[in-house]
Structure formats: C-alpha cells, structure tokens
Design a protein around this ligand. Sequence first.
Ligand SMILES: [Ca+2]
Length: 377
Amino acid sequence: MEGLPGKNNNKKNSKEVAVVDGREIKELVENKEAFNSFVEHKFRELDLDCDGQLSVGELQPAVADIGAALGLPAQGSSPNSDHIYTEVLNEFTHGKPEKVSKTEFREVLSDILLGMAAGLKRDPIVILRIDGEDLQEFVERPGFESEAVAIFSQVESENAPLSKCLMEGIKQQTVEHGMPPSSDPWVVSNIIEPAMQELFSNQPDNTPTQETFLAEFKKLLAIIRRQLQEHPVIVAHTENNFDGSGVKRLLANKFELDKLLDSGWKEVPKDKHNKTSKEYLRLSLDKIAASADLPPYGAIDEMDEVMNEAFKLVSIDDSKAIDETEYKKLLKEILASIMLQLQGNAIFVSSNSVVHEPLTSASTLLNVPSLSVSPTE
Ligand SMILES: [Ca+2]
C-alpha cells in the first residue's frame, strides 16, 4: 500500500498519552444502574426547554461530543467527517426532523457507545502528543540525509522550484517521524504554510541543487519543530493489521460460528420455499464482520477487494435461491476465502487525525475515564 507509515513503532511510545480501547465505555453501558443515571444526567443537560424530548438542535452538543470522542475534527471542517456526524444524528432521529424521547436517546446512545467500544477493541485509538522532540531526533539521525537525498532525486528531474521539493519532502514525513499528518488541512494552514512563509521570507524560490535542498529542508523542519514546541499537536492515531487471524479464530470456534450463522439465517428474507437469495450473503457477512475482526464492507477499499474476491468465489451475483444448508456452507466458504487471502497478504491500515481540542473538554458526553487525556510527563 502507498503512503503508509512504516510499521516501526519504536518511537511512538514516548509520546503516547492515552490509549482508548473501549473497555471503560463497555463497562459503563453494561452497568445498568450507572448507565441509567448517566443517561438521566445527560438528558437533563441537553433538554434545554425541559419538554422531556430532545429536538435536533438540542441533540447537536451530543452529536458533537460523540464526534470528539471518536477523534473527528470539528463539524464543518471536512466533508468526510461531516458525513459521520450526519450519520450519528440520523441514528437518533431516523433521518426525520423529529424529537427524541429519553427511551430512544438511551437506546441509541447505548448502541453507539457499544459500537464504539467494539470498534475500539479491534482498533484502539492512541492519542499522541507531537511536541517537536521526535522530529528533532529524526533530523539528527544518521539516516536522515540519505532519506532527504532520496526525496530530492524524485523531484529534481522535473526542475521543480525549491518550495515544491520541500512540500514533497514534508508530505513524506509521518507521525513516526514526529510530524503531524500533512494531509490534514488544519496542519497545512496552521503549521506547514506558516513555516514555508517564514523560510521564503528572505529568499527566492529557485530550482535548488541537492545541497541547497538538504540545507533548506533542515531549516524548514527546524521551524516546524519550534512551532510544535510552542504549540504541541494532539493526534489520534489508529492502526490495524488485518491478517486473517480473527477469521481463523472464528472458524475454529464452532459454537460461536454456529450461533452467528443461525442468527444470520433467521434475519435474511426468505421465499415461500424457505430459500433466500445469494445476494443476502453480503449483508450476513457484515453482521459477522466484527466477530471475525473484519471491518464493515465499504469502510476500507483494500478490504472490500478481499471481500469481493470471496463473493466472486461463490458467484454471489447469480441471485440463485439457496436453502439454509447452502447458505451456511457458502458463508463459511466466504470466510475461509477471506482468511486465506489475508494470511497470504495482510492488509495494514492506519489513520491519523488531529484532535483540535483536548478530549477532556471537548467530550463532555463521554467523559468516562479512558477518554480523558492526561499527559504522562
Ligand atoms: Ca427539549
């Protein structure tokens, strides 16, 4: 895969300030008494006009808090995350401009929190504090110059101006190098652009030699390091390696697998001969996904390809009617195919997003202990 930070986790631990793994969230929701009083308290706080129902407007702070707890940037800052905010709101309102009762609020909140907890269990969020120290170490490392030269040789053939070469260099620095994610628009406008302006305030933007590039790249990273020292950036980092081991575990656990297949069969629509259409296997796989440590279909392109391969294997698109035995057999074949593909070629996925406010103050809805950021220094 392209653009992934290498899996060298050696530097990350020093700056980890919290690991959010969903355990506390699950404990909260499963403790009926604690969760009821939590809902009670939150509902009262949100119900501004005290009519016992939450309007779409009154729900907004809850939706914003859920977003903050998920490590999303603020609403309105990116179409991708705004889509998730809309989804969260729709969970409460079912897409209609209706008011939400306390019972509904409790149910949806419990679903969302349990979903988050399950997601976090598979895919814990590590909160990193990027304060310039790692970046400095990276620049001082013996391998730095050869890495910089390699970046330069990629762009020099195009006779690119210095600024373009430097941008290319910055783009290739990752969280592992102590650089906040350069794909984040906030990082571009608050860190990279000001640093570039400072660097170019007293020099023209010519095509550089290798020596110039090296010297200016170091200067640029030094400016960024100083910015980070003054204003550390908090980044929510997730990584996950899909290697098929979760599917293997599930396939080996006959009791759990049978239970999942039974409930899957119960849920799919059937014709009068008690048969279903092959196309529902897709839906059934989605229901099983979490138990097999797989992401939902549509969430990760590379994983979708693996699932599509498995669907092809059972010719899912021929819409043939299948009975219960065939249904279960095909679903097991799909799982086995996914497992074999991932065992042969594991898929590593990581993401980094800047947390714009400390999670402690941003997420008042979900202020369970694991979600608060407490610097370890
Ligand atoms: Ca109200």
